[in-house]
Design a binder for this molecule. Structure first.
Ligand SMILES: C[S@@+](CC[C@H](N)C(=O)[O-])C[C@H]1O[C@@H](n2cnc3c(N)ncnc32)[C@H](O)[C@@H]1O
Length: 200
């Protein structure tokens, strides 16, 4: 499902829908990622820009040209350089054995796309590279504080373990937390927080 127009329209405003500050789970684990970093569904750039301010080289991929244009403006305003690529993750082919970390923040994708993309993610990580994800969990379905209303796009630790069998979980949580990320994500939410490593 390629929903470029939906996201281009949502981002078509001066305001940053999810704010300009990085996701707090990423910030908390900022010492984990080594570069280069691939950020899936980067959107308006808040996470890529944060990683770049920490000296990491970052490629942010998203289907929204409007979102990634805002990402480049944010990078410029913070005095950092990020690489961005407009692509549908259903077709995206990351370089193999290349990334020190792959970050997935609120990158909710249908299982049909994940089943194609996640094996490529495993291959794209360098040995010892990490995959770091925060996403709304299936328990979020009954809440109106953000996230897709489609259980197939919501995550669980069990789905992640099954869909990324070649990465070893370092930390795997399903929790409730207060999320405050622009207008787009606000309030108590059920999330999955997952960090896994590729074997050396
Ligand atoms: C909830 S937003 C999260 C944006 C960003 N990760 C953040 O945390 O601020 C979801 C993002 O997924 C992107 N997206 C959805 N489907 C996609 C697809 N098939 N390929 C690439 N990007 C996609 C949207 O354009 C949007 O930027």
């Amino acid at each position: 499902m390629y929903n470029k127009n939906f996201w281009d329209e949502r981002y078509n405003a001066d305001e940053y829908l999810y704010g300009t500050e990085a996701n707090s789970f990423l910030v908390k684990n900022a010492d984990s990622p080594q570069g280069p970093v691939l950020s899936l569904s980067e959107g308006e750039g808040r996470n890529a820009v944060f990683l770049a301010t920490r000296g990491l080289s970052v490629l942010g991929v998203d289907c929204s040209e409007v979102g990634l244009a805002k990402a480049q403006s944010l990078a410029q305003s913070r005095g950092v350089v990020i690489e961005t690529e407009v692509a549908d993750l259903a077709e995206f082919q990351p370089k193999e054995n290349h990334f020190g970390a792959i970050v997935s923040i609120s990158a909710h994708l249908p299982s049909a796309i994940r089943h194609k993309l996640y094996p490529l993610i495993e291959k794209a990580l360098k040995p010892d590279g990490i995959f770091l994800l925060e996403a709304y969990s299936e328990s979020q379905l009954s809440k109106n504080t953000g996230g897709p209303k489609d259980i197939d796009m919501l995550m669980t630790v069990a789905k992640l373990r099954q869909e990324l069998p070649n990465l070893k979980p370092i930390s795997a949580l399903e929790i409730e937390r207060e999320v405050s990320e622009g207008k787009g994500h606000t309030g108590i939410a059920s999330v999955v927080q997952y960090i896994a490593r590729k074997a050396v």
